[in-house]
Design a protein around this ligand. Sequence first.
Ligand SMILES: Nc1ncnc2c1ncn2[C@@H]1O[C@H](COP(=O)(O)OP(=O)(O)OP(=O)(O)O)[C@@H](O)[C@H]1O
Ligand SMILES: O=P(O)(O)OC[C@H]1O[C@H](OP(=O)(O)OP(=O)(O)O)[C@H](O)[C@@H]1O
Ligand SMILES: [Mg+2]
Length: 282
Amino acid sequence: MLRVAVPNKGSLSEAATEILAEAGYRQRRTTKDLSLTDPDNGVEFYYLRPRDIAVYVGEGTLDVGISGRDLVLDSHAAAETILELGFGGSTFRFAGRPGVARSVKDLEGKRIATSFAGILSDHLAENGVKASVVKLDGAVESAVQLGVADVIADVVETGTTLRQAGLEVFGDPILKSEAVLIKRHAVTLQPNGLEQLVRRLEGVLVARNYVMMDYDIRAEAVEAANAVAPGLESPTVSPLHREGWVAVRVMVPRAEAQRIMDQLWEIGGRAILTTDIHACRI
Ligand SMILES: Nc1ncnc2c1ncn2[C@@H]1O[C@H](COP(=O)(O)OP(=O)(O)OP(=O)(O)O)[C@@H](O)[C@H]1O
Ligand SMILES: O=P(O)(O)OC[C@H]1O[C@H](OP(=O)(O)OP(=O)(O)O)[C@H](O)[C@@H]1O
Ligand SMILES: [Mg+2]
């Protein structure tokens, strides 16, 4: 059986369970369950802290897992990304009281609080900056007000928490993160069921990110229309009963659907419809 680690709590937990359920796997009913077997798909799911998932997968105790890119890098575990999952997006950034520093270079000798000591230490070393790292478990934003640190390095999503603490980001983002599916470094033998898991998750991502677009157009305008909406491989073009007209079916990125509809209309597309893709294998 393929053994898969899934975040049990925190920001990634609900979305991870959701994407696996959408990919057709059984998922736990209550947040108290520690593991769950899906015999029909030959998979066992283990619900663990996302920070620990990199360790289990890196050690080879579990085959694959879902975690955050930042947590994986921070752990220095021997794990690598197989697939980016498009949720749990965040940036890892420096923040402090307004004017305290402008870049990492200003942090020599300062005290920096973080719950990602691995990433922070690596970043300081890369920039040749010596500072003291204050490792905290959470609520890092309070560290400056409470006097335990001069600045912080923390996960920023909307920026609300920083604002509430009277802090501002400074310097370049240290890291951009999102949820990722990981496996152990350098395993050549693919465990049974992994290829199926990846293909199913890719299918969910495509179904989420693309819509199906149908429209009618005069045959001589098809080339111009294909330039606007080329599809993943090539659009399907079928003859219409009406002389000189064809029906076109093509996948387009969901985020660009309205712009593409406007452009197709301009070059003569009519009866332009979009429909959601429920599931797919590409
Ligand atoms: N608003 C957010 N807050 C924290 N982590 C976030 C946020 N948005 C995305 N993430 C990502 O979620 C992962 C952190 O998940 P984790 O479960 O450890 O923390 P959490 O959501 O802060 O939960 P907890 O409060 O239990 O620490 C990281 O990969 C982080 O980049
Ligand atoms: O930019 P925002 O949208 O405000 O989100 C980022 C904040 O959310 C997380 O904290 P969380 O609530 O998980 O508490 P924690 O720091 O104790 O983990 C994270 O550590 C930041 O503090
Ligand atoms: Mg947190």
